[in-house]
Design a protein around this ligand. Structure first.
Ligand SMILES: *Cc1c(COP(=O)(O)O)cnc(C)c1O
Length: 365
């Protein structure tokens, strides 16, 4: 028998979450953001469920080729644009739309030989200070692009640094409005957090929204809100089984470094899941976990192939009992990936992207 760990990708939940983005921004078209191999879900596994989106947004050229190979004829957007001049050949061949955030990319376009002019998304740096033209350079970049025969439509975009937090987006939205004033072209502003929290506001009206993390069943502003609050469903379940149990006496310790000691006699379960499966090693004692759908806690350190759980709330648990590390458990139980991420001092994004290759994955409804 194979090791009992497995991951499930919930196709209906992916479809539901995209529909949720649509309902949050009813006038916008929706990019399904599938960078990082669909946030660890697998582009090929998620594709059917995400086809209801209006386009796919990603970074890697090989991911764009994979989406075309699946038969997608609609829009594909390269969120970081070309990395070097010859990437534009693939853009021409596969009809990829691409972000332009730097003068060098305009130089490459000016030298590019193509029969088919490209659709580009001109990116404003409105304060994130990663990619994009400053407000003072933005309109000159637009004029340069507009003069190129290689360029067809120019859309305008920016990215928010604080859509999930207290600072919000007003300061960046105002800069965007100023830089984009009177320029023609479609607008794209909102990531997941902005789509859920602000897409209804006129100042962030978008022709295209770019929901990533919400598509994959994680709340962008957790712990302020959870997925239930936003009407999102988990799209990835990581589950395994108990492969052993131990009875501890008061004072007995568990695992490497003896970081947990029993205060009273207790039973623990040994789970076939460790950091080599993508479960975060930073999760310590107290991290939530479901055994037979009942909520309990991890105890001790996560090791490479195993972790240990407190069986006190689940006295009937035994070898073979089902353990839900995150996602959907038996009998309607559920453990949001965001709670596990929080226990590891990180975000849901990192956990789903880090699902290890050795974990077998099945797509279910
Ligand atoms: C990744 C990304 C998104 C999606 O962000 P989420 O927080 O996952 O919704 C949107 N826009 C750009 C430019 C991105 O790189």
């Amino acid at each position: 028998m194979p090791r009992p760990i497995e991951a499930l990708i919930h196709a209906d939940a992916l479809t539901h979450n995209i529909a949720r983005a649509r309902s949050a921004a009813p006038d916008a078209r929706v990019w399904a953001v599938v960078k990082a191999n669909a946030y660890g879900h697998g582009i090929e596994r998620a594709y059917e469920a995400l086809r209801g989106a209006d386009g796919f947004a990603l970074l890697d050229l090989d991911e764009a080729e994979r989406v075309r190979a699946l038969g997608w004829r609609g829009p594909i957007l390269l969120l970081e644009g070309a990395f070097e001049a010859r990437d534009l050949e693939l853009c021409s061949r596969l009809n990829l739309w691409h972000v332009v955030h730097d003068e060098a990319q305009i130089d490459w376009l000016a030298m590019h030989k193509t029969h088919q002019p490209h659709r580009v998304f001109l990116k404003l740096n409105s304060g994130m200070n990663r990619l994009g033209f400053t407000v003072s350079a933005f309109r000159a970049a637009w004029a340069r692009l507009n003069a190129l025969p290689q360029v067809d439509e120019i859309s305008l975009m920016t990215h928010f640094s604080d859509a999930d937090g207290e600072r919000g987006i007003a300061h960046q939205a105002a800069l965007f409005a100023q830089a984009a004033q009177d320029l023609p072209g479609e607008r794209s502003l909102c990531n997941s957090a902005a789509t859920l929290r602000f897409a209804h506001l006129p100042e962030v009206r978008s022709d295209w929204v770019r929901p990533g993390i919400m598509t994959y069943g994680s709340a962008p502003d957790f712990p302020a809100h959870d997925i239930a609050h936003w009407g999102l469903l988990p799209t990835m379940t990581l589950r395994s089984k108990l492969i052993g149990t131990q009875v501890l006496a008061a004072g007995d310790s568990v695992g490497y470094g003896s970081t947990f000691s029993a205060e009273q006699p207790m039973r623990i379960g040994i789970v076939a899941c460790g950091y080599a499966d993508g479960y975060p090693r930073h999760c310590g004692t107290g991290t939530p976990v479901l055994v037979n759908g009942v909520r309990t806690r991890m105890v001790g350190r996560v090791s490479m192939d195993m972790l240990t759980v407190d069986l006190t709330p689940v006295p009937d648990a035994d070898l073979g009992s089902e353990v839900t590390l995150w996602g959907n458990g038996p009998a309607g139980s559920m453990l949001p990936i965001d709670e596990v991420a929080q226990a590891a001092g990180t975000v849901g994004y990192e956990l789903m992207c880090a699902l290890a290759r050795r974990v077998p994955v099945t797509v279910t409804a």
